[in-house]
Write a protein that binds this ligand. Structure first.
Ligand code: GLN
Length: 476
């Protein structure tokens, strides 16, 4: 049999129910794997072995009594370090929160615990989700398990790497402009950015509140459907979660998808797209055609302004969200001086260059006199982007694009050039201001055996459609 840590959720759940092994054994296998791989990969900021084994024993009891079990009972998972987990350190990848112990559970974590899943640790990320490579983390960067010369993507690089090497069977990550999809693409796993509001943001550390989406990174599409089923839904703690019923996503996978029309937005297939990525995506499109799908070229003309609009709004929200880190209420303590010196020292020493850059740009864009010029214009663009997507998603059933314009890059390659790093997100950032769901699925590998993901985009709350067509691709 395969090593336990390499099983999918669906496989492990079946075997746990049959009593082939226990959750303690499965959890121990993941913890051993973490011990083996962490010195090289560094996917975790905090590992919680004692907590995990305690929860695994509880899960075994539930499984044995066959009471209140779900397909997630006894399944080990990790969570990006931007989610509050009661009694466990939560840093958001930033030095300013070093030593901060959560007082309560984020809804997504609570729901997973209620379903019987086992937390094995908190994964590394760029601070507050600011990045595309996990190189900005205050706790050191994460390596790509596929090839350690390359970045795992970001900002949820720890989650992508942990799932890829078997440090838990799935991970919960966060996507403000691509942070689930980018690491999924770079690490060769599946990442879902759900519809905005589909999964509660309560207890997640905010980057840009109107973009932040919470979703799973998994080995397969089916596993993603399982996790979404148990994490989605209305939450009284988060007013942006609408009362839209949660479908039985895994069950719906059994239905054969219709002969859909795929939209290919021409702005995503132009200049700047890597040749090998293009070839891999082209063969994925061919595969769909062979399955009877039709394709249609569509246009999203406002795409060229997406990065600018995304960053102006995102950083404006970030600058105001990060104003609460004063070194008094959370984490980091400074010397006992006057208030101004205290704030200046704590924020000056604890935020790194990227965090400062983003706070300053956001503050500038919101300042009196500039608001109309930047923030309001960006909001107008957001509206135009929404109209773009609404129009094309009316013409076709879903869109197919590369997730990232290029394969994983090497460490340091984009670090000296913040703009280059931001441009890497060209294909993922539009989705968050618009709020639709998008799924990154492995589409192939380059000649150097680096993973390449394709991105499928559907109308609001059509995650079931994404799963259906992605599952078809994955299994055919
Ligand atoms: N890389 C993008 C950024 O830096 C997206 C980050 C995210 O989704 N958290 O803003």
């Amino acid at each position: 049999m395969k090593p336990l840590y390499s099983l999918t959720i669906a496989e492990a759940s079946e075997l746990l129910k049959k009593g082939e092994f226990t959750s303690v054994e499965l959890t121990q296998a993941c913890l051993d794997r973490i011990k083996e791989k962490e010195p090289e990969i560094h996917a975790f900021i905090t590992v919680t072995p004692d907590y995990a084994l305690k929860k695994a024993r509880e899960a075994d009891k539930r499984l044995k009594e066959n009471k209140d079990t779900t397909p997630l009972t006894g399944i080990p998972y990790s969570i990006k370090d931007v989610y509050n987990t009661k009694g466990i350190q939560t840093t958001a990848g930033s030095k300013i929160l070093e030593g901060h112990i959560s007082q309560y559970n984020a809804t997504v974590h609570q729901k997973l615990e209620d379903a019987g899943a086992i937390l094995v640790g908190k994964t590394n990320c760029d601070p507050f989700g600011f990045g595309s490579s996990t190189e900005y983390s205050a706790y050191g960067s994460t390596k790509n398990p596929v090839n350690t010369d390359y970045v795992p993507g970001g900002s949820s690089g720890g989650s992508g790497a942990a799932v890829a090497y078997g440090g838990g069977l799935f991970s919960i990550a966060e996507d403000t402009g691509g942070s689930i999809r980018c690491p999924a693409s770079f690490c060769g796993v599946v990442g879902l950015k759900p519809t905005y509001g589909r999964v509660s943001r309560y207890g997640s550390i905010a980057y840009a509140s109107s973009y932040d989406s919470i979703g799973p990174i998994t080995k397969t599409v089916k596993d993603s459907a399982i996790v979404l089923k148990y994490t989605a839904g209305k939450d009284l703690h988060d007013a942006t979660t609408p009362d839209v019923p949660v479908p039985d996503y895994p069950e719906l996978l059994k239905e054969k998808p219709g002969k859909f029309t795929i939209g290919l937005p021409k702005e995503y297939y132009g200049e700047g797209l890597d040749r090998e990525v293009r070839e891999i995506i082209d063969s994925a499109i061919e595969a769909y055609k062979n399955l009877g799908f039709k394709t249609k070229e569509v246009s999203l003309p406002y795409t060229k302004y997406a990065i600018a609009a995304y960053y102006v709004i995102g950083l404006s929200e970030a600058s105001s969200n990060l104003a609460r880190y004063d070194g008094i209420r959370y984490g980091q303590k400074g010397e006992d001086t006057d208030w101004n010196t205290y704030m200046e020292t704590v924020r000056g020493e604890s935020f790194n260059e990227e965090e400062k850059r983003r706070i300053m740009i956001g503050t500038f864009a919101l300042s009196a006199g500039y608001q109309d010029q930047y923030y309001k214009r960006a909001q107008k663009l957001r509206e135009l982007l929404k109209q773009d997507f609404a129009r094309v998603l009316n013409e076709v059933d879903f869109l197919l694009t590369p997730t990232m314009p290029a394969p994983p890059f090497k460490f340091g390659e984009n670090m000296g050039d913040p703009l280059k790093m931001w441009l890497a997100d060209a294909f993922t950032v539009s989705i968050n201001p618009v709020g639709v769901p998008a799924l990154s699925v492995p589409a192939g590998t380059t000649e150097d055996e680096l993973p390449v993901g394709m991105q499928l985009i559907a109308p609001h709350f059509k995650e079931d459609l994404l799963y259906n067509v992605a599952h078809l691709f994955e299994t055919s």
